[in-house]
Design a protein around this ligand. Structure first.
Ligand SMILES: Cc1cc2nc3c(=O)[nH]c(=O)nc-3n(C[C@H](O)[C@H](O)[C@H](O)COP(=O)(O)OP(=O)(O)OC[C@H]3O[C@@H](n4cnc5c(N)ncnc54)[C@H](O)[C@@H]3O)c2cc1C
Length: 825
């Protein structure tokens, strides 16, 4: 018995020391006590010598001089060659944003209080009134079909409405004539508009995201602010921002667009300025813009600015009617209709004070852009993606309840239930992630890593939701026309996937390979120490951090093992977490595993990490699942833990954890350093990969979502639900009627099956059923109404050939826009 107690106490002490990041001296003392106890119990067997040796080595390792010479310096030398060097543009990107909950997840021991402190969705009275008033009105006025098909443009009356109501200045402060709305309000407003017209929202989104407005507000000179902000807020200026060029897409910093500081004539006077040459493409709103924000590389051969010859990436504001600016041609992105096009200029002279922030800000363009991107990327695309997921869930659940085949609503068939369950999961999860992240930005955060992971996560899940909705609608979703409420979103999917950092790059490079540098508790400091030109200072910083890092690694290794073999039963959870305490514990448990694998990935792959993108992509997925689960649990709490939502939370949590495990399994199975993979496997996945949610759970949440009521409204909150709309609105009304008429419909079906009533065209089978006593008069009336409504719901638009015919393309290849462009080169 005494031996058993001794073993248990020893194991407990080992885990307690390791998980609490004990220092070497504490380990030395612990090993000494352990060895002594063994000797007291067992006499003096020779092998206890080993215990004393280990204790001695640990103690020696804790003596500063020995530690420096035998641990720190060898590690310093070894890692100097392995760790990735940080380029200037990378450093600027890393330093531009903030870290927050991502760093907690990387720590392996997230402090849940920090997440709980993020405010739930809160809007001021003014923001709420704007959401319920002008935003709802704009949704009613927007006709997606008119924009996408008839005009292939956003009509003037819509431009006028958004201008007159201040939509274009939501992020511009009140002081400068804007609405000064919070990130949360902007996110909700953008989401609602996009749920009506994914094309139409673009004209509101661009001026309120990464673009001249935000850059001027944050970095502009007082003159630029006073001149441009009120004009932008009122829509007197239409902005666009040009970063991407034909040869610099994802690698935007490699741009060939160039500016040279020189003297030239402006308004007839000799002026210090910049001679610019640029070639940009894909620029949203460019064809309509009056103000062009331009990124270019600035050179100053005569050192007029005192910043040396290569000043760096710089941003300028150029009125589009300025001499030499070529703008106005259009691209046709995936059939979408919002204005998008190229711009060019050759040797265009602009005064120096057109640089955003004036000459003082010359060369700081990349940092300025990255700082805006970290916040902006957290708002627009997550908002529109969450809205699309909610809209697809709402419309597909309604349609699946209304549309019958084989005598049954298709939503009751297991095959359809599967994509419906995914739709419910995505709608709940994306809204949670959107809302929590927007609140972080409202509180002043600029979350660099979270914004990257949320960008790709939300747009990928949105793509899944739109595809699922299409599958569920069959031909009804495919055939386009005014009553099609899916095609608009479908056309915009690739745009969301590509803009603001194309998803493959964002997943495989930005989120983890670069994100780890930012969110990992020690890595960035260590790399800075390794790169420090002052070697002594570098070694000193490195020693301190490396010590902590070593304890951190060991703590996560033991923590992961402990929590994984005990199934997370002892993992931490926030106080009063109620009926989802177990999921918080599972989140803690998973964070430990993530921290360990992340640490070994960055430590062992070092600079090679950027090319091991299948590994970093999976690590990004693992982090994304942890983030998603965190926000889902927070949403549930913020919403007051509604009973029905608990089922969705369970469903989402299981799937998040299963996908998390699959991602880590993939990392471990393919980890290039095999000995590390052999260690990680048993620590992280001792019992294999967790199973996703069960079919039964999917059925439960789908049945809830197929029912009009509070659950469905919460699930799809804050989108345009279609009052008075022939597409989405009719669906809602018909769904309510379908449910109300369910009993009568069953009676009718029975009569038809028995052959009492014939359901064919040219026969009023409902009237016949009434006549034959199968239905009461009221039931027959209701069912007749329903029949007509269902016919409208399932109808697809058709057109006279003359309405859809397009003019034949001319034979002459040089009249093709691309050929013209090349010929002009
Ligand atoms: C509709 C639309 C609107 C846009 N609006 C604007 C705008 O207003 N202003 C503006 O400046 N730009 C705008 N863009 C440009 C957009 O930001 C770029 O399209 C995007 O950055 C990708 O560049 P690219 O299209 O040249 O693709 P490429 O850079 O050629 O990339 C092709 C593929 O390779 C992947 N890839 C590239 N490098 C890596 C890497 N290192 N690791 C892994 N994968 C990689 C990418 O993820 C992508 O999948 C817009 C684009 C579109 C389509």
């Amino acid at each position: 018995m005494a031996s058993l107690i001794f073993v248990v106490v020893s194991i407990a002490a080992f885990f307690a020391l390791a998980m609490n990041r004990a220092r070497l001296r504490a380990w030395a003392i612990a090993v000494a006590i352990f060895t002594l106890s063994l000797q007291i119990g067992l006499g003096f067997p020779l092998w206890t010598f080993l215990g004393w040796l280990v204790a001695g080595l640990l103690f020696a390792g804790s003596i500063p001089d020995i530690k420096r010479n035998y641990i720190t310096l060898p590690a310093y030398r070894a890692l100097k060659g392995v760790m990735p060097p940080i380029s200037e543009t990378e450093r600027e990107a890393l330093e531009a944003g903030t870290i927050g909950w991502d760093a907690e997840l990387f720590s392996g021991t997230p402090d849940f209080a920090k997440l709980r402190r993020v405010a739930p969705i809160t809007l001021t009275d003014e923001e709420r009134a704007f959401f319920d008033g002008p935003t709802a009105e704009l949704c009613k006025r927007l006709s997606d079909w008119r924009i996408r098909h008839e005009l292939h443009d956003v009509p003037d009356d819509i431009w006028r409405f958004v201008r007159d109501n201040g939509f274009l200045g939501m992020l511009i402060s009140k002081e400068h004539g804007g609405l000064g709305f919070s990130a949360q309000a902007q996110s909700l407003i953008l989401g609602k508009i996009s749920s009506k017209s994914p094309d139409g929202v673009t004209i509101v989104m661009v001026p309120n995201s990464l673009g001249p407005g935000e850059l001027i507000e944050k970095y502009g000179t007082e003159t630029q602010k006073a001149h441009y902000l009120p004009r932008l807020a009122k829509g007197e200026e239409i902005p666009c921002f040009a970063l991407t060029g034909p040869f610099s897409g994802s690698d935007a910093a490699s741009m060939r667009d160039v500016g040279v500081v020189t003297k030239g004539l402006h308004d007839g006077k000799e002026t210090l300025g910049v001679k610019l040459t640029w070639d940009k493409r894909y620029i949203t709103l460019a064809p309509r813009a009056t103000l062009l924000g331009l990124a270019f590389r600035l050179f100053d051969p005569d050192n007029h600015l005192g910043k040396g010859e290569d000043v760096g990436i710089t941003l300028a504001l150029i009125p589009t009617n300025h001499d030499g600016v070529e703008i106005g041609r259009r691209h046709l992105p995936a059939g979408a209709a919002f204005p998008n096009g190229p711009t060019k200029g050759r040797d265009v002279f602009v005064p120096i004070d057109w640089i955003i922030g004036g000459p003082d800000r010359a060369g700081q363009g990349w940092r300025m852009l990255m700082s805006c991107l970290a916040a902006g990327r957290s708002i627009s695309l997550p908002a529109t993606s969450a809205a699309a997921a909610k809209a697809m869930a709402r419309r597909s659940t309604a349609y699946a309840r209304i549309r019958k085949q084989f005598g049954l609503p298709i939503g009751f068939m297991e095959g359809v239930e599967e994509p419906l369950a995914r739709l419910v999961e995505n709608a709940y999860g994306l809204e949670a992630a959107r809302a929590v992240t927007a609140s972080m930005v409202s509180a002043g955060e600029k979350p660099a890593v979270i914004s990257a992971l949320l960008k790709y996560l939300s747009t990928e899940r949105m793509r899944q939701s739109v595809n699922d909705a299409l599958d569920i609608h069959g031909g009804r979703g495919i055939c386009d026309g005014p009553s099609n409420y899916i095609q608009g979103a479908y056309q915009m999917v690739p745009v969301g996937i590509t803009v603001e950092g194309a998803n493959i790059l964002t997943r495989t490079l930005i989120t983890f390979a670069q994100g780890a540098l930012r969110s990992h508790p020690y890595l960035f400091t260590e790399i800075e120490a390794l790169q420090d030109a002052d070697r002594d200072r570098g070694i000193e910083t490195f020693e301190k951090t490396f010590d902590d890092h070593r304890a951190f690694l060991f703590s996560n290794a033991t923590g992961a093992l402990f929590h994984n073999v005990t199934f997370g039963s002892f993992a931490s959870a926030p106080q009063n977490a109620g009926d989802v305490t177990r999921w918080w514990r599972q989140l803690s448990r998973a964070a430990r595993s993530f921290a360990l694998v992340a640490d070994l990935t960055v430590g062992l792959l070092g600079g090679g990490m950027k090319v091991k993108q299948k590994i970093t992509g999976r690590m990004a997925d693992a982090l994304a699942e942890l983030y998603l689960l965190s926000t889902i649990l927070k949403r549930y709490e913020d919403d007051g833990r509604p009973a029905g939502d608990r089922l969705v939370v369970d469903y989402c949590a299981r799937n998040c954890l299963a996908r998390f495990d699959v991602a880590l399994r993939g990392v471990i199975d393919n980890f290039p350093v095999r000995w590390a993979a052999w260690i990680m496997g048993p620590l992280v996945l001792p019992f294999g990969v967790r199973r996703p949610a069960k079919d039964r759970q999917g059925k439960d949440i789908v049945r809830l979502a197929l029912q009009p009521g509070a659950f469905r409204d919460r699930l799809t909150r804050d989108i345009f639900t279609g009052e008075g709309d022939e597409g989405a609105g009719l669906l809602e009304e018909t769904l309510i009627k379908v449910v109300a008429c369910e009993e009568a419909a069953k009676k009718l079906e029975r009569a038809i099956r028995k052959g009492e009533v014939k359901r064919f065209y040219n026969n009023d089978w409902i009237k016949e059923a009434e006549t034959k006593g199968a239905l009461s008069a009221d039931e027959a009336r209701e069912l007749a109404e329903l029949r007509d409504m269902v016919a409208r719901v399932i109808a697809v638009d058709d057109f006279a050939p003359s309405e859809v015919a397009r003019a034949q393309a001319p034979d002459d290849m040089t009249s093709h826009p691309k050929q013209q462009h090349i010929a002009a080169e």
